[in-house]
Design a protein around this ligand. Structure first.
Ligand SMILES: Cc1cc2nc3c(=O)[nH]c(=O)nc-3n(C[C@H](O)[C@H](O)[C@H](O)COP(=O)(O)O)c2cc1C
Length: 403
């Protein structure tokens, strides 16, 4: 039995060329065992008729906020209460904007606002619409609101252009939903697995000053570390997050300590490591810092500065070497030779578990895939949204520590 079996799903279809693919998607979801109710916007009905979806799902298709067929005329409430997931595919730029603004002026956006189940959107639009700052702002807003954005893909578009904005293929959307449903089941089974434990994490980049206004940093967004902090809190742990400079909201219930440099991060960690049961070093910590940052802004007239670097402390190795070390989990972001470098790093830092990912496939992204290295060998966590990957990783940690 698949993980979508018996799941009640509202499939929202909006007005884009990819609406025709939603028919295939509806079929695949039903084949995967889901019960599908389709809600269409008026734009969507310009592309595909409700009859298509009614025939495919065997259920009436809804599109009217003022539908009198619902007993109390409140279709938006009834549909959202009955759903385990809402999936909008394709999600038009306009629909994404309405969701980001919290609008409720049609059935689909009203039911999204009234729901308390997860919402997934699969954007589909012309590449310029996708790249427009307004759309990007709206997508960031949705992600911050906990909406999971699936895709879009890059490739040839209906308008003849090539670029980012194509809807993920229906097969890929179903596979992503199945992975997420699997992880949700695992998370439900593992709820409380870290109860009573204290988890200390680092996340984000560090910033090493060159002078009073310039510095050296890296492209870590902090999303993986923050997702792990939220998942650890969800699993019942007391969580402290030592964070480099990021623009993310602190997960509810998590204590956050903001730092800038690797040395500050090390100091904040070492003050707390003795009290931690688990330490997870996700931050992308600078290996080197400028020996003596200038105390004023360097002037161009002085010619190119000659910078001398000194090594920063190795936070993970220092924590792992403590006499009563917490269970240590390291992260390795490599750009090549992932397996070889990750195994060498695990041996060098003497940590029981190392999670490796390709830097170019994780920095700044909302999804990730991990390869875990421990005494038993190698384990993969398939590509999924970072909160899903975070839960799977913590599940592995809980098993390793006998929880
Ligand atoms: C032929 C045609 C194709 C369109 N394709 C898209 C599309 O792929 N993605 C998109 O975001 N909007 C597309 N639009 C614009 C939307 O249909 C329009 O913004 C509409 O207001 C969306 O409303 P809805 O989200 O309520 O369905 C298209 C419009 C036309 C006329």
């Amino acid at each position: 039995m698949g993980s979508l079996t018996g799941k009640r799903l509202v499939l929202g279809v909006t007005g884009g060329v990819a609406a025709y693919k939603a028919a295939v998607l509806a079929r695949l979801l039903i084949k995967a065992g889901a019960q599908v109710r389709v809600v269409m916007t008026s734009g969507a009905q310009r592309f595909v008729t409700p009859v298509t979806f009614q025939a495919l799902t065997g259920q009436p298709v809804h599109h009217d906020l003022w539908d009198e067929r619902f007993d109390d005329s409140m279709g938006h409430i009834e549909l959202s209460r009955q759903a385990d997931f809402v999936l909008i595919a394709p999600a038009s730029a306009d629909c994404i904007a309405r969701l980001a603004a919290g609008r409720a002026d049609d059935l689909l956006s009203a039911l999204c606002l009234a729901r308390d189940c997860p919402l997934f959107v699969a954007p589909a639009m012309n590449r310029q619409m996708w790249e427009h700052p307004a759309t990007q702002r709206n997508v960031v807003r949705l992600i911050a609101d906990g909406v999971q954005v699936l895709g879009p893909d890059a490739g040839e578009q209906a308008c003849g252009e090539v670029g980012q904005g194509r809807m993920l293929e229906p097969e890929a959307i179903v596979a992503a939903l199945e992975r997420i449903a699997d992880a949700a089941l695992a998370a439900a089974a593992s709820t409380g697995r870290l109860r009573g434990l204290s988890v200390l994490l680092t996340a984000g980049p560090t910033y090493e000053p060159i002078d009073t206004v310039r510095g050296i940093t890296n492209r870590s967004s902090g999303k993986m570390g923050y997702a792990l902090a939220a998942a650890a809190q969800e699993a019942g742990a007391k969580v402290t997050l030592v964070s480099g400079p990021v623009t993310l909201a602190t997960p509810a219930g998590v204590e956050r300590i903001d730092v800038l440099t690797a040395q500050e991060m090390c100091d904040a960690v070492m003050q707390r490591a003795h009290a931690a049961d688990i330490f997870i070093g996700v931050a992308a910590v600078a290996d080197y810092r400028v020996a003596t940052p200038a105390q004023h802004k360097l002037k161009k007239e002085g010619g190119p500065p000659q910078l001398t670097f000194v090594e920063n402390p190795d936070i993970l190795a220092t924590v792992a070497a403590l006499p009563q070390a917490p269970f240590c989990v390291g992260f390795a972001a490599e750009s090549e030779n992932l397996r070889e470098y990750a195994q060498a790093k695990r041996r060098r830092k003497k940590v029981p578990l190392l999670a490796a990912n390709l830097a170019q496939e994780t920095f700044g992204r909302d999804d990730n895939a991990l390869t875990l290295f421990d005494d038993a060998g190698e384990h993969s966590i398939a590509r999924a949204p970072k909160p899903v990957v975070a839960r799977a990783l913590l599940d592995h940690v809980a098993t390793l520590i006998g929880r």
